[in-house]
Design a protein around this ligand. Structure first.
Ligand code: HPA
Length: 245
């Protein structure tokens, strides 16, 4: 089943006709919220708000294993993760831009980043060359095109620890590393999805120029305005994607 993980600004999905709920408890811990099951454009889908509903769990406190396990347990096979991000480079700088990244770099620390607990796990060192599922990215691209969205195909998502925003020097280093976007939740979510056998792709909404990339300091009020304006577009794209399955 197709599943959506909602990030900042997407704690509930409009247009979702709810048919059931899967409790948040898993063998790995408590997910941020119950997984909602429902029908979107006539297609069965699952939805989980990454930060809870209402938004209460900070990026460094999210139990990513529990969230992915809850989705897998509810029957997810494909996951679209929605992320509000800072823009670092290229066309991905402008607030309001939608981006489907094709690479990531993990700068987080101290997060439990694997379901594997012992050295005898045969798949512990699995390939992660392409962190996002190419077929699912393609489906997302088609949905964006159908919605006539202005969007960027590809980019490198840098996952930072948070909850504070970055320094200008940290963003410059990330830019030198090749990052075009910065966010706090892409890892270990992406790798845990891969370990669970779920196809995973990200739909990012640029909500601010990253630290040092504009004249002004980063303002939460401005971010909230972009989020408010952009998440409606995101939901239209997700509905179009659901329709296509
Ligand atoms: N940095 C990290 N995470 C973010 C940002 C940012 O500038 N904007 C939205 N999420």
């Amino acid at each position: 089943m197709l599943a959506f993980i909602g990030g900042t600004g997407l704690a509930r999905m409009s247009g979702l006709e709810i048919t059931g709920e899967h409790p948040p408890r898993t063998e790995w811990g408590e997910a941020s919220a119950a997984v909602t099951e429902g029908s979107l454009e006539g297609q069965p889908v699952l939805f989980l708000p990454r930060h809870g509903d209402p938004h209460s769990v900070l990026p460094h406190k999210v139990d990513y294993r529990a969230n992915i396990a809850a989705l897998a347990g509810a029957g997810a096979t494909r996951v679209i993760a929605v992320n509000a991000v800072g823009g670092i480079r290229d066309e991905a700088l402008e607030p309001g831009t939608l981006v489907v990244p094709d690479q990531l770099i993990d700068y987080t620390w101290g997060r439990t980043a694997s379901f594997h607990e012992t050295a005898d796990s045969p798949d512990a060192h699995m390939d992660f060359t392409r962190p996002f599922d190419p077929a699912l990215r393609k489906r997302l691209a088609e949905a964006l095109e159908s919605c006539q969205e202005h969007w960027v195909d590809g980019g490198c998502y840098g996952a930072t620890q948070g909850p504070r925003l970055e320094t200008a020097a940290e963003i410059l280093r990330m830019e030198r590393d090749g990052c075009t976007l910065v966010g706090m939740t892409g890892m270990p979510e992406a790798v845990l999805a891969r370990e669970s056998g779920l196809a995973y792709a990200m739909l990012c909404l640029v909500v601010n120029p990253a630290a040092g990339k504009s004249e002004r300091e980063i303002s939460m009020t401005e971010i909230e305005q972009v989020v408010a304006g952009g998440m409606g577009r995101v939901q239209t794209v997700l509905a179009e994607l659901a329709r296509s399955f």
